[in-house]
Design a protein around this ligand. Structure first.
Ligand SMILES: C[S@@+](CC[C@H](N)C(=O)[O-])C[C@H]1O[C@@H](n2cnc3c(N)ncnc32)[C@H](O)[C@@H]1O
Length: 296
């Protein structure tokens, strides 16, 4: 692992090498994808999405790990929701950045009384989920920038797994503000970040930037060499705990910050919308206030 990271760092410094490595990786990935698609077709239509949609969500082509992670993550979300709301029946819950519904399926089994919604920017994932999982949740798409289609004060819970791990700071602020708009007063956002347990993947330069600024947005391959096929705004972000506590507290009340709260890997943040905001702009501070002003 160390050697691989070291070689990657070296490759980035030698012109052309990083692109060549990307092209080789792309060729290997295309072969594996074709095989996974052929296997998927043989097995017929089930509640598991096709390989490329699964790959976008968790960078693997095997079905077993997709399903296993879905079971784990839905259990994790159900546990937090139950701890936050003693009565879960009737709660309105939004999985924001739901992909093809990896977490939604298990969450409905664990908390059958909740009303579930899923939104994502990936039209293919939403189209698949709408066709196959409409009995579980109501799916819709959203654009790169807010607003989403939902009304203000609509949800008791919004959860967003592995979204803020991929957006730049500006997009994060815009969506944090939008999520607070969509939550009922007293509602909660459960979101994940790449925190301290993920920084072994960072280069020395990135670690220095994290120390200085608390956030790093790493831009990797672009165009065809970007294997997930998602738009180029979607890259990799790391946050320090301090950064999240300082910046996100401008959007809501940070109820918990759990280092390694997701599988001892990503951190998990619970942000509550204040009960009685007098005027939205009056309750915002720091980055949130700047974001509110910029959004007009
Ligand atoms: C790593 S995947 C995680 C998917 C899902 N949360 C899960 O855990 O199975 C990240 C998802 O974020 C979605 N995404 C990225 N930017 C988005 C945005 N601005 N609005 C909604 N979804 C977005 C991607 O399309 C992708 O489905």
């Amino acid at each position: 692992m160390e050697l691989k990271a070291h070689l990657k760092r070296l490759a980035k410094k030698i012109p052309g090498t990083f692109k060549l490595a990307g092209a080789l990786q792309y060729a290997k990935f295309s072969r594996q994808l074709r095989k996974a698609e052929a296997d998927y077709r043989k097995r017929g239509d089930r509640l598991v999405p096709p390989p490329m949609l699964r790959y976008r969500v968790h960078r693997a082509l095997d079905e077993a790990s997709y399903t296993q992670n879905g079971i784990y993550l839905s259990g994790l979300m159900a546990g937090h929701i139950k701890a936050l709301f003693p009565q879960t029946t009737g709660l309105k819950v939004l999985d924001f950045a739901c992909g093809p519904g990896r977490v939604i399926v298990g969450l409905k089994e664990k908390l059958p009384g909740i009303r579930l919604y899923g939104s994502d920017i990936d039209l293919e994932a939403i189209s698949w989920a709408s066709q196959h999982l409409a009995h579980i949740a109501s799916f819709s798409s959203n654009e790169l920038l807010p607003p989403a289609i939902f009304a203000a004060d609509e949800f008791d819970v919004i959860y967003s797994i592995s979204l803020f791990t991929h957006l730049d700071e500006e997009l994060q602020h815009r969506w944090l503000q939008e999520m607070m708009r969509m939550l009922k007063p007293g509602g909660v956002l459960i979101a994940t970040t790449h925190g301290a347990l993920c920084t072994p993947a960072c280069t020395p330069e990135e670690l220095r930037q994290l120390d200085r600024e608390g956030i790093v947005f790493r831009v990797g391959h672009r165009g065809r060499l970007k294997l997930d096929g998602l738009p180029e705004f979607y890259q990799t972000t790391f946050h320090t705990r301090d950064y999240v506590l300082r910046h996100w507290s401008g959007f809501g009340i940070i109820e918990s910050y759990l280092e390694g709260g997701v599988n001892n890997h990503q951190d998990l943040v619970i942000l509550r919308k204040p009960e009685a905001p007098s005027h939205p702009a009056e309750t915002l501070t720091g980055a949130a206030a700047a974001c509110h002003a910029a959004a007009g």
